[in-house]
Each structure stands twice: as structure tokens, then as C-alpha cells.
Design a binder for this molecule. Structure first.
Ligand SMILES: Cc1cc2nc3c(=O)[nH]c(=O)nc-3n(C[C@H](O)[C@H](O)[C@H](O)COP(=O)(O)O)c2cc1C
Length: 173
């Protein structure tokens, strides 16, 4: 069982990392493998809506998005961490996730946690002092672990739900 953790911050060991790492410790306790992928310090462009990925199964821009696609499809849980930039997720993260979701058509992983800087900390490293925020991260990780394990049991007992053939919506209509 594995959780892929995306760090959208350009600061590899900044506040977002502190929050993700707090969750990582709980996943380790729960015998769940983790990988933190820092994408915020990479040069990642946005989606151009060319829809080539529908034919080829991968993005025309052959970068970290395509490298991550396999890991994304195989993981049991996904955590997306972002610093707040003007009351939103940071742009590099949005560019990355948009292209990853659109090009993989994999459906959402079974558990997803989002962290939009619920931890208070403006200066780098300050998040480590936010005991409430850190507790939220640990609780989120425990809840995710419970969900992932429950779904694994459910799959064993009931199998996965039948999937209908993909019906694509026409964005222009
Ligand atoms: C361009 C930019 C915009 C920001 N906008 C906000 C904001 O709207 N609200 C906020 O609380 N913090 C804002 N911040 C502060 C960061 O969210 C905060 O410093 C965060 O902890 C940085 O995380 P990191 O160390 O993982 O990079 C902004 C920072 C930058 C660089």
C-alpha cells in the first residue's frame, strides 16, 4: 500500500514539507509506504487543451508529469500539499495536477487529502511550531490510512464496481 505525496512548494524543506512529513510519520507507523515528490521547484507548464493525451495516453510535454503518471496510477492514496499563494494553490502545482489528471484518465485515487496551508507559518520552518496544524495533519493521515485499508478489505470482499465505457462530454456544446 502506497501514498504518493506531492509537494507544490518551491521550498523543498519549507512549511508545506513540514506538514507532509507529519503525515508521512503516521503512514510509516501504519505500514504504508510513502514517496514525497517535490514539484514546486521544477519548470512545469500548464495544459494547452490539445487533447493529444486522449490518443497517446500521455502529455505532449514530456516532463515530470509523464514521469509521475505511472506512480499516480499505481498509488493507493494521494496527498497534495500547497503553500497558499493569493488565497489559492500555487500555480506550479495547479499546472502539474491539471496535466496529470487530464492525461492519465485514471480516475481519482481512493483517498485524497488536500492541505492548503491550514498550518500557520509565514516564515520558513514556522509551521513546526503550530501544534494544532500538525495535529490536523496526523489526524488526516490516520483517517486516510483507515480509508485505504477499509477499501482494500472491501475490494477483497466485493470486488471493484463495474465501470461503464467512457462517455466524453463535449466542452463546446
Ligand atoms: C506569491 C505568494 C503569495 C502568497 N499568498 C498568501 C496568501 O494569500 N495567504 C497566506 O496566508 N499566505 C500567503 N503566502 C505565504 C505562504 O503561503 C507561506 O509563507 C507558506 O507557509 C510558504 O510555504 P513553503 O515554506 O512550503 O513554501 C504567499 C507567499 C507567496 C510567495
Amino acid at each position: 500500500m502506497k501514498v504518493l505525496m506531492i509537494n507544490g512548494s518551491p521550498h523543498v524543506n519549507g512549511n508545506t514539507y513540514i506538514a507532509l512529513h507529519e503525515m508521512e510519520k503516521i503512514f510509516t507507523e501504519e505500514n504504508i509506504e510513502t514517496e514525497i515528490l517535490c514539484i514546486g521547484n521544477k519548470d512545469i507548464r500548464g495544459c494547452i487543451g490539445c487533447a493529444k493525451c486522449a490518443e497517446t495516453g500521455k502529455c505532449v510535454f514530456d516532463d515530470l508529469v509523464n514521469e509521475t503518471a505511472g506512480k499516480f496510477e499505481e498509488c493507493d492514496g494521494l496527498v497534495v500539499g500547497s503553500p497558499v499563494y493569493y488565497a489559492s494553490a500555487n500555480a506550479t502545482l495547479v499546472a502539474f495536477m491539471t496535466r496529470l489528471f487530464y492525461s492519465t484518465h485514471s480516475g481519482m485515487p481512493i483517498a485524497s487529502g488536500q492541505y492548503w496551508n491550514g498550518i500557520h507559518g509565514a516564515a520558513s520552518g514556522e509551521a513546526a511550531k503550530d501544534i494544532e496544524g500538525l495535529q490536523m495533519m496526523r489526524t488526516l493521515a490516520r483517517n486516510m490510512a483507515f480509508l485505504m485499508k477499509s477499501i482494500a478489505l472491501g475490494k477483497e470482499k466485493y470486488g471493484i464496481p463495474e465501470r461503464e465505457p467512457f462517455a466524453r462530454m463535449n466542452f463546446i456544446r
